[in-house]
Design a protein. Structure first.
Length: 180
């Protein structure tokens, strides 16, 4: 918890800032995540926040609700749930995975979807290098499960010499060179 909470907090705050800067006319724009336009991506982030708040409180899976435009507020509640020491204990009853695994899943979502949103809306984005390193190590181990569960797409070929963030994007199915 001690080393993950700062990474989760920074990634969440960075992504929330990107969401706040989206202009209404950008909501229909395409994103690197082919199944989402900008509005759908933000709605997905809202669901991620709700889901991981519930999971952080040992709760159930949640259903995605219609777009509300309140991701930053939901994200604050998620971080509050995970700031409790007991959030990190044991296994999630809803997902059957260790709580530390869920925390890493959340970190990957915040880092990668932050990039998706920034790239789609022309915003600057520089993820925390330690968050990228942790996310890359995690996805290296979990990529196949992520693909089986539909969380990751087919891998995109990225050279081994590419920066860590580009390799992370490639593992989960994003093209680091994507442009709108």
């Amino acid at each position: 918890m001690d080393d993950m909470m700062p990474l989760m907090t920074h990634a969440t705050e960075r992504t929330a800032g990107l969401v706040r800067a989206v202009r209404p006319e950008q909501l229909g724009g395409s994103t690197p995540c082919a199944k989402f336009d900008v509005k759908d991506l933000i709605n997905h982030l809202e669901w991620v926040a709700d889901l991981f708040e519930s999971l952080g409180r040992q709760g159930e899976m949640t259903e995605q609700e219609p777009y509300a435009g309140d991701f930053p507020e939901r994200a604050k509640r998620t971080l509050a749930a995970w700031a409790r020491p007991e959030a990190w204990e044991g296994t999630s009853p809803a997902m059957g995975l260790p709580m530390t695994t869920l925390a890493h899943m959340y970190l990957v979502d915040m880092v990668v979807h932050g990039w998706d949103l920034a790239r789609a809306t022309g915003q600057d984005y520089e993820p925390d290098p330690e968050a990228v390193s942790r996310a890359l190590r995690f996805t290296d181990q979990m990529a196949e499960m992520g693909r089986q569960r539909g969380a990751f797409g087919p891998p995109v070929e990225v050279p081994d010499s590419a920066p860590q963030f580009d390799r992370l994007l490639g593992i989960i199915g994003r093209d680091p060179a994507w442009t709108p």
